[in-house]
Design a protein around this ligand. Structure first.
Ligand SMILES: [Zn+2]
Length: 233
């Protein structure tokens, strides 16, 4: 049975309550990486998600690519989102399980927007090292266990092993990207060699965006139909 951690980026949205109910109905654990701007506008949805047992991670405040920010600006942005997450857990009176961070666009500071995780794409330079050290100093860790070798388990930020590219079907991108239909997304899941292994856990990346809510739920159900077991955090 393949095992996977479900991660969902860009929360909260106007459909977060529905997404949380969908996951709760199926008893699927998930880590929601929140955008601080969205959390500030809609804290109730994230407090409700925390109450239902979902884990909240930091996906920056302004969702700008780190490669386009000075280190200090990037640190300030990280902290803005951190304060909002801390406050949400405090209001719920639930202990935060850990600090987890995912870079917007998986731009870790070098301007690369990683679409495929491998040694060539996940490199280090002076700036990525500064940001990694900062995250470590802040106590950011990995929430995933039993990851494949190409996953950087020594990193302080959260990567992924399979991105569903669900965003290609949102209102902004639909029809203008290589994947245009649900069938396209599903056949990519079927043909991905990495997803076929049962030896390591997978980290799936999907999105909380209102215009692809139905598609995201259908994809999660599709993984479940294919016998993926969703791992708890
Ligand atoms: Zn994002």
């Amino acid at each position: 049975m393949p095992k996977a951690y479900l991660t969902i980026d860009d929360s909260p949205s106007e459909r977060t309550d529905d997404l949380v109910d969908f996951l709760a109905d199926r008893k699927i654990p998930a880590l929601l990486f929140v955008r601080g701007v969205h959390l500030q506008e809609n804290p109730k949805a994230i407090e409700r998600a925390i109450g239902k047992g979902l884990v909240i991670g930091n996906h920056s405040f302004a969702h700008k690519p780190a490669g386009e920010m000075e280190p200090q600006e990037w640190c300030d942005d990280f902290e803005l989102c951190e304060h909002l997450i801390e406050a949400a857990y405090a209001r719920c009176e639930i202990a935060r399980p850990g600090k987890y961070y995912r870079f917007p666009y998986i731009d870790r500071g070098d301007g690369k927007k990683i679409e495929q995780i491998d040694a060539a794409s996940v490199g280090e330079n002076n700036k990525t090292s500064i940001l990694q050290q900062y995250l470590k100093d802040q106590g950011c860790t990995q929430p995933f266990n039993n990851m494949p070798p190409e996953y950087r388990s020594d990193a302080a930020d959260c990567l992924y092993t399979f991105t569903a590219r669900d965003w290609m079907l949102n209102d902004k991108h639909r029809g203008h990207q290589p994947l245009k239909t649900m069938d396209d997304l599903k056949s990519r899941i079927n043909s991905d060699e990495g997803l076929k292994t049962h030896e390591h856990a997978h980290v799936l990346l999907l999105h909380d965006q209102p215009d692809i809510f139905d598609e995201v739920c259908a994809l999660i159900d599709y993984f479940a139909e294919k016998d993926f077991e969703f791992l708890a955090y």
